[in-house]
Design a protein around this ligand. Sequence first.
Ligand code: PEP
Ligand code: MG
Length: 515
Amino acid sequence: MSERVLVGAGVGNGVAIANAFIYKADRYVPWDSDAAGSSRGLLAIRAALAEVANEIDLARENTDSESADILDALKLVLEDRSLMESIKMRLADGANSQRAVSGAFKAAAGALAQLGEYFAERSTDIMELGERVLDKLVGKEDSSWPTDAFVLVTDNLGPLEMVKLQKSSIVGLVTSLGSPTSHTSILARGMNLPTVVSANGTEFIKVGDVLIVDSSSGQVLVGPDESEFEQYSKALSTNSPETHGSVSELELPVKLYANLGSSSEGAAAIAFGAEGVGLFRTELLFLGEKVVPSLETQVLEYSRLLDQFPNQVVIVRVLDLDTDKPLPFLKLSQTGKYANRGFQALLANPEALITQLTALSLAQQKYPDAQLWVMAPMVSTADQAKEFVSMAKKLGLQTVGVMIEVPEVCEPQVLAEIVGVVDFLSIGTNDLTQYTLNQDRLHSPLAVSAVREPKVIELIQRVTKVCVQAGKPIGICGEAASDIESAKLFIEYGVTSLSASPALIPGLVKELSSL
Ligand code: PEP
Ligand code: MG
């Protein structure tokens, strides 16, 4: 397995593999000793504004209509009379040209940000526009990009920098900020650039690290192992999901579901042939937040997801807290094995769990056609499984299951009790492998094939057998689901579904249809 997997929201199509190039945009910081403004300053400012406008015109020639609209809107800002008035006013007050430009753009962006969430995002475009004008004003050279293929890793990128990248050898983009609806995301889609925005943990990426940007599942694999590299290299040739039909008609021995991290990835998953969602990781909603996301925010995201999968199974996993993704609003006071992870961490924070389950239940009511299944991660005792099922059912959820991710719940007695109360099980092979082999996934990465070590595979076989006997669905949703050798074994044991990154589904279909 890769050294680290970062989660974010996937945008655009398919997969990119290349070395990381880390980019930090400079920001103008005014200094006190700036000389006072002058009429020469105003001339220079007009020239800088015209230069940026000219660049926008040139960039506009090579873009699709949605991207062109974004650029047109930016040009209107540059030509806005009130912006020039604001600059002149600042010059008259004694600001030098840089301060005047910076202040005027900041004021314009601030006014927009006050109008609400949608406009707040647009206001960052205006800030970038201002930075661009400032660059021209001081004669700063354009950024120079690597000549070899690269994945750009940055906090955020404005539309102007995005269009400049069109001429570079960029193959993928990872940002720590931004949303799937931001202008950056729209432009990335227009450029057909596999992108993950709002990725958590970009600070762990070093220049030159090999990255796999999987926009179809919203994941970034840092330092992939050989088998991941191979699987994803094959997936590169399937980067246009339009070419894949639904796999439902192929009569495969299992259902093929998608692993998703954001509703923005739904369309690509369907295009890659997914028959439903086998693992919707909900961490992205929570990461980077200061408080538990509101009921409304959560209902909106789950509704967006369900809306895209009428009459299909959508398995949503409640928040899986991990030690490398602490959240300031959750209490982490427990001690003991697995205490501050997954379901146990949620049990210590019941309000967060109840809000999430309520939001899921409300979304299901809005979209009754989708078959919403809900599961808890890292359950470590039969009592926990019972508690989760009872809570979720009380809140109106109909199909409730748990993940098998630790060896303790594979003990025959515990397993029998769990299977007795749940509607389905899903095996998280990533965690089950590391905990069974006593390895730490973060510090000593395991190969995906480690799932076939006798100690681990025997547990998987046992869990599957018990589920099959009880007539309950049993899925595999860890990375091993897309490892063909392992997938064949899982099918032989009797699993009912495999859930993988959408971009890897066509490869699985190819291998499995010949079984
Ligand atoms: C797993 O452990 O296999 C799994 C799917 O969960 P995650 O990778 O999100 O921990
Ligand atoms: Mg897990």
